[in-house]
Ligand binder design. Structure first.
Ligand code: FNR
Length: 340
């Protein structure tokens, strides 16, 4: 696939739209209900203005960040997204290879269409695992231990999906997973779940050997409870606008949460990150790193592993350009003073 004309993440989305079935495209692109939150994630980032500093030495840019004991070359991760075989025949294996080529951490979804062991074999960069806790505790414990045994380094427990949101656009596109695709770590019989509570988080931490992160925090009070529960980090997320419509953009929720957390644990953020400037804004407002969901799905649909790598490389490059142009040589120099 010729990706030379793909200059930014929006170009790749357009290419993916041409290649994907309507059902698959609608599945990835859509948000919950009237899609207010989906739009706000982007609009709120665009509305923030940057304040550059000139004549500072930016000849050596340092984008490294250390998270949970491991150094990442740049602070952008691949968010967990379901059903990669829907986007490309090589599915999660292509995502893992693309992540490897781009030196990025890939957070594998519980709804992977490829076994965790096969992804681990294809990966050359660290993997994290995203967990949906189900009623069957035995099963949940087994899968956490399986992920750990295959070297998945961090456990991201998604806490914003007590039920699936109102997904009208998906319904209109008649979304169903094709019969030849399976989710080996999420058998249909386990889809029913009782609401997850703080007690379950305690239980998970009682046996998890890897750091536990909570993904899907928007409320500063929940962020405080997360610290009290002893988790290793949180991801400020509204599930890419897919679950509860009219909750705020993540970039709007982030500063209040970062203030509450006050650096006790790392705060990550996702939702609407499409440009290097977005990454700088998120870091300025308290994120240690960000994740990208839909763009990676579109890169995967466009060109498999190469497309995934392209998405990450474009964002990484744009981050570096933004740092150079704002006069911030390292992530540590990106603080609120870079916001107008
Ligand atoms: C998701 N997301 C998600 N989150 C999760 O914890 N488990 C999952 O299985 C999925 N699946 C999923 C599928 C698709 C197609 C999308 C687009 C998203 C949410 C995802 O991890 C992340 O929070 C958002 O995608 C981030 O927003 P952007 O980057 O898509 O704007």
């Amino acid at each position: 696939v010729d990706l030379s004309g793909m200059l930014n993440l929006f170009d790749l989305e357009k290419m993916a739209e041409r290649k994907m079935t309507t059902m698959a495209y609608e599945y990835v692109a859509s948000g919950a209900a009237d899609e207010w939150t989906l739009r706000w994630n982007r609009e709120a980032l665009d509305a923030i203005k940057l304040k550059p500093t000139v004549l500072s030495d930016v000849s050596q840019l340092d984008t490294r960040v250390t998270l949970f004991g491991h150094e990442l070359p740049y602070p952008i991760l691949i968010a967990p997204t379901a059903y990669h075989k829907l986007m490309h025949p090589e599915g999660e294996l292509a995502t893992a290879r693309g992540a490897g080529a781009a030196s990025a951490v890939y957070v594998v979804s519980s709804f992977t269409t490829t076994p965790l062991s096969d992804i681990a074999e294809a990966a050359t960069q660290p993997l994290w695992f995203q967990l949906y806790v189900r009623d069957d505790r035995e099963f949940t414990k087994d899968i956490v231990q399986e992920a750990e045994a295959h070297g998945y380094r961090v456990l991201c427990v998604t806490v914003d999906t007590a039920v699936t949101g109102v997904r009208n656009r998906q319904q209109r596109a008649n979304f169903t997973l094709p019969d030849d695709m399976q989710t080996p770590h999420m058998p249909g019989s386990l889809l029913e779940q009782k609401p997850l509570t703080w007690k379950d988080i305690e239980w998970l931490q009682s046996f998890a050997k890897t750091p536990v992160l909570l993904k899907g925090i928007l409320n500063p009070d929940d962020a405080e409870k997360a610290v009290q529960a002893g988790v290793s980090g949180i991801i400020v997320s509204n599930h890419g606008g897919r679950n509860l419509d009219t909750v705020p953009a993540t970039i709007e929720a982030l500063p209040r949460i970062a203030e509450k957390i006050d650096r006790r644990i790392p705060v990550l953020m996702d939702g609407g990150i499409r440009r290097g400037t977005d990454v700088v804004k998120a870091i300025a407002l308290g994120a240690s790193a960000v994740l990208v969901g839909k763009p990676v799905c579109f890169g995967l649909a466009s060109a498999g592993a190469e497309g995934v790598a392209k998405v990450m490389e474009i964002l990484r490059n744009e981050l570096e350009l933004t740092m150079a142009l704002t006069g911030r040589a390292s992530l540590a120099h990106i603080d609120r003073s870079v916001i107008w």
